[in-house]
Design a protein around this ligand. Structure first.
Ligand SMILES: *[C@@H]1O[C@H](CO)[C@@H](O)[C@H](O)[C@H]1NC(C)=O
Length: 352
């Protein structure tokens, strides 16, 4: 407090240019004097200010608490459950890619069945043995039990005998929605976050909308060819720039399944089959090449259940760099478009 007074005094006594604010402060006299009496008054004033601030804060807390209780009756709350999801605008198909992790699969199917936008849940199964009857009936039951809506999600397995990462993007004749939510069996996206991302996708249905951003950084030029570096989460976080969202948790239009399987160069399929990796980079390049625009990263907490997958294995980033550069060489130019846009749910961002 005394520092404040000293600064004000210095400013007032510096004899500088005329300023109305200065004059006002001077004529009010409160900050101008030096007597102990005035000091005490200032202290009192500021003490009172603190007290008022405390009262204000308490009052605000009560208002926030109260409005959360009576929210549904308030005029500015259009939906009782405050969800952006509207069934009249269609839902999405959750496409879960799994491989020999039945306990994780059970958890994620149960979770996605409880999300109101999920019109169907398809599990991409890539093992020589089909799923057991026990697993099938367990999953069918859990979908019916967890579903929150009258319309129960359609549950089915898409069987593939061969273990091949291209399987996850095979076109499916029985899809009822344009929106695909592609997800790994160990990734859980909370329903509210998922439905927010879905509404984002609906306003840009040919773009990929997802939760796991990645970037291609310029590396160097070697004999005329530009080399890129695959940028992981930390570089995206640091720079705030990305050009891909990974299909381990992303929405895209079902037409890209068709494009991936039937139009994408065969050499990319073979590469993915052989390397058992990079199907997500291939999908990002495909969508970028088809749209000439960037994907959309949606802010939201996502949870990885179970032990971590291949991304923690040694040599992963070397492989990813290589795929990226090999695929780009096949395209002839870099189709990825960097962006800095991040979509946030305004309901969670009330501190503007
Ligand atoms: C990229 O897009 C163009 C234009 O749509 C298309 O002609 C070309 O085949 C695509 N490239 C690849 C490698 O898919």
């Amino acid at each position: 407090m005394s520092t404040l007074v000293a600064i004000r005094d210095a400013a007032l006594n510096s004899g500088g240019d005329y300023s109305p604010a200065k004059e006002k402060a001077a004529t009010r006299g409160v900050f101008n004097g030096r007597s102990p009496l005035l000091h005490r008054r200032i202290k009192l004033l500021l003490g009172g200010f603190k007290f008022k601030l405390l009262i204000c804060f308490a009052f605000l807390s009560i208002v926030v608490w109260f409005s959360s209780k009576i929210g549904p009756f308030m005029e500015w709350n259009p939906h009782p459950d405050s969800s952006v999801f509207s069934p009249s605008r269609g839902g999405f198909t959750v496409l879960i890619n799994t491989w020999k992790r039945n306990s994780l699969l059970k958890q994620s199917v149960a979770h996605y069945a409880s999300c109101r936008g999920a019109d169907a849940i398809h599990v991409v199964w890539s093992e020589s043995d089909p799923p057991s009857n026990q697993l099938r009936s367990y999953l069918n039951d859990i979908v019916l039990k967890k579903s929150q809506t009258a319309h129960k999600p359609n549950f089915k397995f898409d069987l593939n005998e061969e273990d091949n990462l291209n399987n996850r993007f095979k076109p499916r004749p029985d899809l009822r929605t344009d929106a695909i939510f592609s997800v790994d069996d160990d990734v859980i996206v909370p329903c509210r976050t998922l439905e927010f991302a879905f509404s984002m996708w609906q306003s840009a249905p040919f773009t990929m909308v997802g939760f796991v951003p990645r970037m291609h950084w310029l590396d160097q030029k070697t004999n005329g060819m530009t080399q890129y570096k695959y940028g992981g989460w930390w570089s995206v976080w640091w720079m705030g720039t990305y050009s891909m969202v990974l299909s381990k948790a992303a929405f895209f239009h079902r037409k890209y399944l068709e494009l991936y399987t039937n139009e994408m160069p065969r050499s990319i399929h073979d590469y993915v089959t052989k390397e058992r990796n990079c199907e997500d980079i291939a999908m990002s390049l495909l969508v970028a090449n088809a749209t000439n625009t960037s994907p959309i990263w949606v802010k939201g907490k996502i949870y990885e259940i179970g032990a971590s997958g291949i991304s923690s294995l040694n040599g992963h980033s070397v492989k990813r760099n290589k795929c990226l550069n090999d695929f780009v060489a096949l395209y002839g130019s870099m189709p990825l478009v960097p962006t800095n846009v991040k979509a946030v749910d305004a309901r969670n961002e009330w501190l503007w």
